[in-house]
Design a protein around this ligand. Structure first.
Ligand code: C2E
Ligand code: MG
Ligand code: MG
Ligand code: MG
Length: 277
């Protein structure tokens, strides 16, 4: 009997593994097709300056146009297949083109943030690609921000050099998902980031009376390092009010806005989000 159970378990896990592999293959095909046939788009989520109510930054978030898979599903496949290199370049160029449209059509100033995977450190032509496109579309580098996570620093010791090269070009660097990984403050001392984005986990779990002091201390500590703080994943008025009371600088979350299609950018630019409350 025991032997039979063991055999069934084996078959079960084997079956699961085959299904997972098939799914990954399917996603990989989707990504290859999307690269060939203009199948990607970017959505933009505003980061609201709590002093002014304006969206000072837009985070560009990658989507498959057919929405068949979410970024949480397809980004890991893009990373392990190496397709993230080409996809990352597509995102970079699309964001720069969007910046040019904003500048030329609305005469507005806003920074677009793009996400960067650890694997993209290995894209040796990236810096030239970036410089070439900024020049082509006449965009000053500081209008582009690159979001990195701590894992980039842990996985690759060349990361610091690469990030410094990005900084030398003039793009801004944000540390994303802070509070989920190792969150070692030593990184912040040698990694020159321009701002820190607190992960949704902190907004969800550190607002309660017994935890709020930790969050306040964290914000104060980041401010003492001259780092502006963005809270991500803010969904409620209570979260917004607490974060504002404790001097958080920016909020990004469904409470103010979901990620929106590019044709909504004009409306985002015109809005004062604090007047809507
Ligand atoms: P992230 O960079 O931390 O982006 C924030 C994620 O939180 C986005 O999910 C956004 O839609 C979601 N979000 C924002 N506010 C709220 C909220 O109030 N409630 C909830 N429940 N969610 C909120 P999304 O767009 O699904 O992206 C997931 C992750 O995929 C991103 O996390 C990022 O790590 C990755 N990703 C997205 N686009 C790209 C890209 O172009 N390149 C790379 N390398 N990664 C990307
Ligand atoms: Mg991000
Ligand atoms: Mg994040
Ligand atoms: Mg994330």
């Amino acid at each position: 009997e025991a032997k039979k159970i063991k055999k069934n378990n084996y078959l079960y896990y084997n079956q699961k593994m085959i299904e997972q592999l098939k799914r990954r293959k399917k996603i990989k095909n989707k990504l290859q097709n999307a690269l060939k046939n203009n199948g990607f788009s970017l959505k933009y989520q505003p980061q609201i300056n709590l002093k002014t109510g304006q969206a000072d930054f837009l985070e560009a978030l990658l989507r498959l146009k057919d929405n068949s898979f979410s970024p949480g599903e397809f980004i890991p496949v893009a990373e392990e297949s190496g397709l993230i290199i080409e996809i990352g370049r597509w995102v970079t160029k699309a964001a720069i083109k969007q910046l040019a449209l904003i500048k030329n059509q609305y005469q507005a100033e806003i920074t677009i943030s793009i996400n960067f995977s650890a694997k993209q450190i290995r894209d040796h032509g990236y810096l030239d690609f970036l410089k070439k496109n900024l020049k082509k579309y006449k965009i000053a580098a500081h209008y582009l921000e690159i979001e990195i996570t701590e894992s980039i620093l842990i996985e690759d010791n060349k990361a610091i050099t690469f990030i410094n090269q990005l900084k030398n070009i003039g793009v801004q660097i944000a540390l994303d998902d802070f509070g989920t990984g190792y969150s070692s403050f030593s990184y912040l001392s040698y990694l020159k980031t321009d701002k820190v984005k607190l992960d949704k986990f902190l907004a969800d779990n550190f607002m309660a009376a017994d935890k709020i002091d930790t969050l306040i201390n964290l914000i104060n500590l980041l401010h003492s390092l001259d780092l502006p703080v963005v809270a991500e994943g803010v969904e409620t008025k209570e979260q917004y009010l607490q974060l504002k009371a404790h001097n958080c600088d920016y909020i990004q979350g469904y409470y103010f806005s979901k990620p929106l299609a590019k044709d909504q950018i004009k409306a985002i630019l015109a809005k004062n989000y604090l007047n809507l409350i």
